[in-house]
Write a protein that binds this ligand. Sequence first.
Ligand code: AMP
Length: 439
Amino acid sequence: MTFKDLGLSPALVKAVEEKGYTKPSPIQEKAIPHILEGKDILASAQTGTGKTAGFTLPVLQHLAETKHPKYRPLRALVLTPTRELAAQVYDNVREYSKYVNIKSAVVFGGVNAKPQIATLRSGVDILVATPGRLLDLHSQKAVSFNRIDVLILDEADRMLDMGFARDLNKLISFMPAKRQNLMFSATFSADIKKLASGILNNPVSVEAEPQNSTAKKVTHKVYQVDKGKKTEFTIKLIKDGNWSQVLIFTRTKHGANKLTEKLIKAGISAAAIHGNKSQGARTKALRNFKENTIKALVATDIAARGLDIPLLPHVINFELPNVPEDYVHRIGRTGRAGAAGEAISLVCSEETEYQSEIEKLLKEKLNSTVVEGFEPTDTAAPKRAATQSKGSFGKKKRPTNGGASQGDRPKKKPHFKGNKPAGATSGRGRTGAPKKKRF
Ligand code: AMP
């Protein structure tokens, strides 16, 4: 199967070939033909599967085919939970649209809105955005959703986790009922299913991996270590293994800062990435990490969500997440694109129940090891794990949420009201040439 076989135009095929992609990934193979047909999609895909090209390529093709010679209203919108993911998706959109006459832009919070407003006013075909900033821009009349033809929700589960349900609901209420909807999510809680049934219209389900499964080539290792010895153990792992690139997850922003300081003191170049860091600091940390200027990136769950760091060899869970699905998200950053990776978890006595919940989700026992000199002596009782799959969304179930300020707006009582278009039929309701007005 080639990209051409999937029905993509020569201009798009040329762009992906230049990126070095030789054949479509499984999610691309499954999703692209349906998207080209104008169908709604519910896709189970975590980052690392090639999902971004999976939705971007067919949407670009649709935009290019239906472009009006004079007008350039906003016709496709990609919503992402975090600024980093928005920036990353936008980079991909730009690369894939190199040989088609389609204009793209990205907007997110934490940076000056003025240039974003100017860009939007100049006319954009496809916009990548975080929900909070986009709502602000919409209320300032900097953007109109009247001609939205395709809506893409990327990492929809994380958008709900971050309390964006209400913002999503509001944004969608401004869009035409007849449109194509593509929803991507790594996990499928009851809340996600409810969101999907409210938005999607007769969706085709596609799966990159079996639901809630972890990337195939990841080896999981658990080291039983006392809480107070984890920093020393992490330093030992990095130094003994001579690792040059490791992503480390902590549960709290404070924990991320503390560990980063200690790594630096131990001579390991490191930076922290979390919601209390400025956008500039986060972008710089990520760039330095990708360019190998720093060895360790210490991140909270939400901050690290969706980061595209190719071929990451090691991920350390300095603390296990108390929400088992987060483990799947975290280790989605290793063993990417067919390369092998190692997911290491440092587990103290308080976290044994978190481990059991993760094992239940993965349907796999994680091998536990004790290393000489680090034999556990802690006796603290295990903490209870949180489950995401029960209850209604909006209820906070992650007591130590690192990086919630990634979202561009404070979250209150989110409530998703379905907005399934009344009487809508399948298909995207392509509206042909836009009428006069451009905003
Ligand atoms: P994503 O899951 O969209 O974040 O993509 C993960 C990584 O896979 C990115 O670095 C993409 O550039 C890369 N990628 C996407 N599609 C392909 C493909 N067909 N072949 C090789 N790499 C790909």
